[in-house]
Structures are given as structure tokens and as C-alpha cells.
Design a protein around this ligand. Structure first.
Ligand SMILES: O=P(O)(O)OC[C@H]1O[C@H](OP(=O)(O)OP(=O)(O)O)[C@H](O)[C@@H]1O
Ligand SMILES: NC(=O)CC[C@H](N)C(=O)O
Ligand code: SF4
Ligand SMILES: [Mg+2]
Length: 483
């Protein structure tokens, strides 16, 4: 089969990061630094495309940014004052080299390089139509659909062609596109995935997170707004709002887990958000304990908030090795189990005889919680309670985060009491969805939630055409089978 269906892929990877710069000496070296700061968003592969008077130059490779883009000869082969880059976790299409971004094509009006964070929820349907019309795909990535839609658009101007293409696409996209018309940044009408704009001197920068601006000493100017397209070229910076406007639905999970705590997402410090979530969790689900212990790394800020609100001392009861990647994103169940053991170790001298409240940001498959609770018991904890800084993850993401299919999500299989038993905790509680919004300074509007929270609520903000198609196919099969 040509296309990997994201909906029956049980690998839990993560998302992607994009970085682009206009008008800088050795633009590619800035992109390499920016991508390095976004490495947590995607560790499968990285790529940079640059543009100079001679044309487009690209280098893409599997693995981390350092290791590929730390070599002078690689950066020297990417000349030009403008460049875009990408770190990838695949959500549609395998991790094969042909799917590594930026994707590039020579279109009728010149080169076109694109870097995409997000996922197109009607990519397979569009692809089938494009295939029938004669498009020949080079990859199995959803992102390539955008290239073919731009290539086959009847409009004459590049911006119009891109708008025409994106009007046919549903789902999530924060895009950077390098074209002869200039550097173009665009965020889907709901602003599901983040995208910010910054400056350093006369250079304009776009990045998934503000941390990538910090790392090169650039200052944050503003978010690229939901549904906004920004064109940067020799004429300056121009902003367009070409899409039908909609109520924004930025991803709430960016605050819970994905973004780095030193980033500012949707105008809010992620560190502050996480501390507030921890404090709200302590108010909603208090527990009598001697120490608050974070599950490192991403549980740390929420645990600080929990400790401050409850008055229970914060202690580092689990030490993590920094030489192991995120378990959330390892490709097989065996590696994930091994990863958890390699990654965390109990600080036994501290834990022995204590009533411990563990704080983590989320439970996905439950792999981490099972191991960590057992680790606390083996270290002699008197009681082990677990508090989770997000509601139960009951639904899959179709917007650029590779969560497993529903059947593999622990919270989709059992209720909280059964989960507590499964992970062998003395008690388990999750923050409520309203509590999560409160911690972020909002009150959830159930009619039109202010954010995408679909993995907790099942309230998806767009159509999920490819999923619906699949369900239809399955139900047709069932009918055939029952005859
Ligand atoms: O229930 P599970 O399937 O185990 O997944 C959930 C865990 O995965 C993530 O951590 P991860 O170890 O990936 O990364 P982190 O170091 O950034 O917390 C998350 O923070 C939870 O701890
Ligand atoms: N996680 C992402 O944002 C992935 C982008 C794109 N859907 C891909 O699979 O390459
Ligand atoms: S489904 Fe969850 S992870 Fe995906 S965009 Fe929505 S809130 Fe974010
Ligand atoms: Mg974790």
C-alpha cells in the first residue's frame, strides 16, 4: 500500500518542529541552531532547505539535528540568505528518507520547499483524487498532497495557488514554504499547531516555539495567527487572512506535554501553565503524603505547582538519565519498556518509608506509570499515590501528534478505578477538563471549546474524512462478513 494509514498505526511518536529565517548570512546555520532547540518535537529525522541566486539546496537525514548539521561541510552545502528546516516525527507515511522534510519539488513557477507541523485529516482522500488525475507522488507523507495541490492549481500567482491548495485541506498545518516569491509562513484557520514570528537584526524568523528564537538571541515579535499567511521577501513582511475565519482551537496538549517549559505558547509561559495545572490538581484531588515526587522530565513543573498549593515538600525521588530519549516516542513496545527502566531510577534513600504522591503530565499506554509505581514500592515507599496533570487520554490525535489507536490508550480501555489497580497505585486522580482550562486562565465553553482538547473529550474541531472513510470500509467489510 502506498500510504501508511495514521489511524491504524500503533506507534506513539510525537510531532514536528519547523524553523525558517529570511535575510541572514549563512541562514542554514541559524536554522540548524533553531532546529536543535526544537529537537524535543521530533527526533526521527531532520532537514534544511536553503535558497540562493543559484536555486534551492537541501540536506535531509535520519536522526538528530546534531550529528547531521554540526558538520561545516553540510552547512556550507546549504548556501543562501534564506532557509527553512524541519524535525520530524511521522504521523502519515513511514520514517523512510523519502518522507523526511522539507519536501521539495520543481513546479512550473520555480522551486517549492515545504516544512509542515501538523497532519492533514483528508490526505488519503485528496491523494486518491490527485492520483486519478495523474499526479505521481514521490513520498507517502500527507504533506506532499499540498505540493500537488499547489502544482495543479489553476491560479497564476504563488500565494493564490497556495491558498487554493490549503482550502482543500482539512486538519492541522503550521507550514513554512520557501518559494521564489519569498518565505511564506501559514497556520491553519483553527491554529491547532503553534507558530511564532521573531526577529534578529534585519532577519525575520518563524518557529514552532519561542525557545528556538531564544537560542539564537532573536526576540519574539508575535504569533502567526490562526488562518494567517505571512509573506516575507525583498518588499518586506506582508500578512494575509485568506481563509474563512473560525474560532481558534490551539492544541491544549502543547501546554501539558509537548512544548518546552521555557517556551511561550499562545501568549502563555508553558512553565507557568504547568505549575498552575499542578496547583489546580492539588485543589481538585488532594492527598495526604510526605513528599511530592515528579516523574521527570515533563512532570516537574506540575509537581512544583502541586507542592506549592498543597504545602507538601517537593523532592526529587526519581532521577532520570539524560542519555535516553523520550519513552513516549520509541518505536516498539519492547524498546518503550526498556526505555523506562533505563531512563528513571528511584532515589531510594529518600523514598524509604514515605507516603509519596507522584505527579506526571499524562498517562497514555500506562507503561511509565506501571514502572514508576513499582519502582517506588521496590524503594520502600509506605504509600504511592498518583496525580495526573491532564484528564484521561481517551482519544487519538489526528493533528500531528502520533498517539496510538484508541484501543491502546489505557483510559479508553478502563475507568480511573481500574487504572489505579492496573498501575498498582493506592490512589489515582486526573485533573478535570474544566480544571485544566481554569489553570490556563479560561473557562471551557462546551459549545465551542477555546482549544482543541479532543484527545480528552473526543470533540474534534475538524472533519476526519480519512478516518470516516476507514470506518465506512470496515463496516462494509462487516456486512460482507456477516452474510
Ligand atoms: O503512559 P505512557 O505510554 O508511558 O506515556 C506517558 C508518559 O510518556 C511521556 O513521558 P516521556 O517519558 O515520553 O517524556 P518526558 O521525559 O518528556 O516526560 C509522558 O510525560 C508520560 O510520562
Ligand atoms: N508530526 C508532524 O507534525 C508530522 C508532519 C507530517 N504529517 C509528517 O508526517 O511528516
Ligand atoms: S487531539 Fe489532543 S494532542 Fe491532538 S491537537 Fe487536539 S489537543 Fe492536541
Ligand atoms: Mg514523562
Amino acid at each position: 500500500m502506498l500510504t501508511t494509514n495514521p489511524f491504524d498505526d500503533d506507534k506513539l511518536r510525537e510531532e514536528c518542529g519547523v524553523f525558517g529565517i529570511w535575510n541572514a548570512d549563512a541562514a542554514a546555520s541559524f536554522v540548524a541552531l533553531g532546529l536543535h532547540a526544537l529537537q524535543h518535537r521530533g527526533q526521527e529525522a531532520a532537514g534544511i532547505s536553503s535558497m540562493d541566486a543559484a536555486g534551492f539546496h537541501s540536506h535531509r537525514a535520519a536522526g538528530h539535528v546534531a550529528g547531521t548539521f554540526d558538520k561545516d561541510e553540510v552547512i556550507r552545502a546549504l548556501p543562501g540568505r534564506t532557509a527553512i528546516g524541519h524535525v520530524r516525527y511521522s504521523t502519515t507515511g513511514s520514517s523512510a528518507m523519502r518522507n523526511v522534510q522539507p519536501l521539495f519539488a520543481e513546479l512550473a513557477d520555480g522551486g517549492f520547499a515545504v516544512a509542515h507541523n501538523g497532519n492533514i485529516s483528508n490526505a488519503m482522500k485528496l491523494r486518491r483524487t490527485l492520483n486519478r488525475r495523474g499526479s505521481i507522488f514521490q513520498s507517502t507523507s500527507d504533506t506532499e498532497v499540498i505540493i500537488h495541490l499547489v502544482a495543479t492549481s489553476h491560479h497564476t500567482q504563488m500565494l493564490d495557488r497556495i491558498v487554493d491548495a490549503l482550502n482543500q485541506v482539512e486538519g492541522a498545518y503550521s507550514l513554512l514554504m520557501l518559494t521564489e516569491a519569498g518565505l511564506i509562513a501559514c497556520r491553519d484557520p483553527l491554529g491547532i499547531r503553534p507558530l511564532v514570528m521573531g526577529r534578529i537584526g534585519d532577519s525575520v524568523i518563524f518557529a514552532s516555539e519561542t525557545v528556538a528564537l531564544d537560542v539564537i538571541g532573536a526576540h519574539y515579535e508575535r504569533d502567526v495567527g490562526p488562518g494567517e499567511m505571512v509573506l516575507v521577501n525583498g518588499d518586506g513582511v506582508r500578512s494575509f487572512r485568506p481563509f474563512v475565519s473560525a474560532s481558534p482551537r490551539p492544541c491544549i496538549f502543547e501546554h501539558v506535554y509537548f512544548s518546552r517549559p521555557d517556551s511561550v505558547v499562545d501568549g502563555t509561559s508553558v512553565y507557568e501553565s504547568r505549575k498552575n495545572i499542578g496547583a489546580e490538581l492539588a485543589r481538585e484531588s488532594p492527598v495526604e503524603a510526605d513528599i511530592v515526587v515528579p516523574v521527570p522530565d515533563s512532570g516537574v513543573p506540575a509537581a512544583i505547582g502541586f507542592s506549592q498549593a498543597s504545602g507538601i515538600p517537593f523532592e526529587l525521588g526519581i532521577i532520570r538519565s539524560h542519555y535516553v530519549g523520550r519513552t513516549f516516542i520509541q518505536p516498539s513496545q519492547e524498546v518503550r519498556h526498556l526505555g523506562v527502566k533505563l531512563k528513571h531510577n528511584a532515589n531510594s534513600a529518600l523514598i524509604r518509608g514515605k507516603k509519596v504522591v507522584l505527579i506526571d503530565d499524562s498517562i497514555v499506554r500506562g507503561t511509565t506509570s506501571v514502572k514508576i509505581v513499582q519502582m517506588m514500592r521496590d524503594a520502600g515507599a509506605a504509600e504511592v499515590h498518583m496525580r495526573i496533570a491532564s484528564p484521561p487520554t481517551r482519544h487519538s490525535c489526528f493533528y500531528g501528534v502520533d498517539t496510538p489507536e484508541r484501543a491502546k490508550l489505557l483510559a479508553a480501555q478502563m475507568d480511573v478505578a481500574a487504572m489505579a489497580k492496573y498501575i498498582n497505585a493506592d490512589s489515582l486522580a486526573f485533573i478535570s477538563i474544566d480544571g485544566l482550562y481554569r489553570a490556563l486562565g479560561d473557562s471551557r465553553n462546551p459549545a465551542v471549546p477555546q482549544r482543541c482538547d479532543a484527545c480528552f473529550t473526543g470533540d474534534y474541531p475538524t472533519r476526519l474524512t480519512d478516518l470516516t472513510d476507514k470506518e465506512m470500509a470496515q463496516s462494509a467489510l462487516r456486512v460482507v462478513a456477516s452474510r
